[in-house]
Design a protein around this ligand. Structure first.
Ligand SMILES: [Zn+2]
Length: 331
């Protein structure tokens, strides 16, 4: 991947294996693809899952060799490559020289791949003539040094994929964050979503209130059970409650609440835990026929966020008694 331009057919096969791994499918068994692959590979800064495409990783790694050849031109290996391929005679533009052979033919040919994507190579690595002679600067990073991740982000910035922004929090377990990321897009396995994808179910009515269709926003936000849990959690946090209708509303409110960034992040973590715990209570009801009352779910939210902040967030001195009174005391 770092030296050879992988053929498109090979990349397609590898991407297929990755998709199957993520979605748990196989040749024999089809599974539901809850989120499009474009959203899965899209950058986290753009609201995606940040998995990245193999093609963009391949291109970015190959460009790194061009960067090294130019920025380390005084090293022995760069002199050998320059001498073997007579690059001194080619001027600056030796990206697309057909006379180059072996792995360097792949690397030099990357210019065409970049141009296909509307990125002139001069926009990535540029020659600068200064008082100290010629120097090379990477135009896509702040410090002027090439980074594989910087070019990957540009290549994966697919303007066709529109995704809601999402805040990833270190102290929140990845599986919980991924669940909330999916819930924000309405892509979780509610009975209504399963039914619309052809799964035969005895009912699509909400198991908690038995009166409405079980959609993502209903089960996690609008249902009387979810409303009760959310109200008590907001009371505990001493944060004014407004009428939420969607998961997006809850997360948007928490990420814009108040002026202290640390408090915003803490409230957002608690909201993630609240939505996750409401979903877990729903699963207990459906799959274990176990009914968790709202107070129990509130207790679970308090204790799980306490453990996440204390151990995953590195707040070792966090006190349970203080936490129980107000979760912002330790900030
Ligand atoms: Zn309900």
């Amino acid at each position: 991947m770092s030296l050879f331009a992988a053929p498109n057919g090979v990349l397609d096969k590898l991407e297929k294996i990755r998709r199957r791994f993520l979605w748990g499918g196989s040749e024999e068994k089809k599974t539901i693809h809850w989120v499009s692959w474009e959203k899965v590979i899209a950058d986290k800064d753009k609201g995606g899952l940040g998995v990245g495409s193999l093609k963009s990783i391949n291109i970015s790694l190959l460009v790194k060799w061009l960067w090294r050849l130019r920025s380390e031109s005084s090293t022995l290996w760069a002199k050998v490559i320059t001498g073997v391929h007579k690059l001194h005679d080619k001027g600056d533009d030796y990206y697309s020289m057909k006379s180059m052979t072996g792995v360097w033919n792949n690397i030099a040919g990357i210019k065409r791949e970049l141009e296909k994507r509307g990125i002139p190579h001069e926009n990535i690595i540029k020659k600068h003539q200064g008082g100290n002679g010629i120097s090379w600067r990477c135009e896509i990073t702040r410090d002027g040094k090439y980074k594989v991740s910087a070019l990957r982000h540009i290549l994966e910035d697919n303007g066709h994929v529109v995704i809601d922004s999402f805040i990833w929090i270190k102290e929140i377990p990845l599986k919980v964050s991924c669940f909330i990321w999916r819930a924000k897009q309405g892509r979780i396995s509610t009975t209504t979503a399963l039914s619309s994808r052809g799964i035969n179910l005895p009912t699509t009515t909400c198991c908690q209130c038995n009166s409405m269709e079980e959609t993502t926003d209903h089960i996690l936000v609008q249902c009387v059970f979810a409303k009760t849990v959310t109200e008590w959690i907001f009371n505990w946090c001493n944060v004014p409650l407004i009428s939420f209708q969607t998961v997006h509303d809850v997360l948007d409110y928490a990420s814009n609440w108040g002026t202290c960034p640390k408090k915003k992040k803490r409230l957002l973590s608690i909201c993630y835990a609240t939505l996750w715990s409401i979903w877990k209570a729903r699963n207990e009801r459906i799959f274990a026929n176990k009914r968790l009352c709202a107070t129990k779910v509130v207790d679970i939210v308090k204790s799980t966020t306490f453990l996440w902040v204390k151990h995953r967030g590195g707040k070792r001195g966090l006190n349970w008694m203080d936490w129980n009174i107000l979760p912002f005391k330790s900030l």
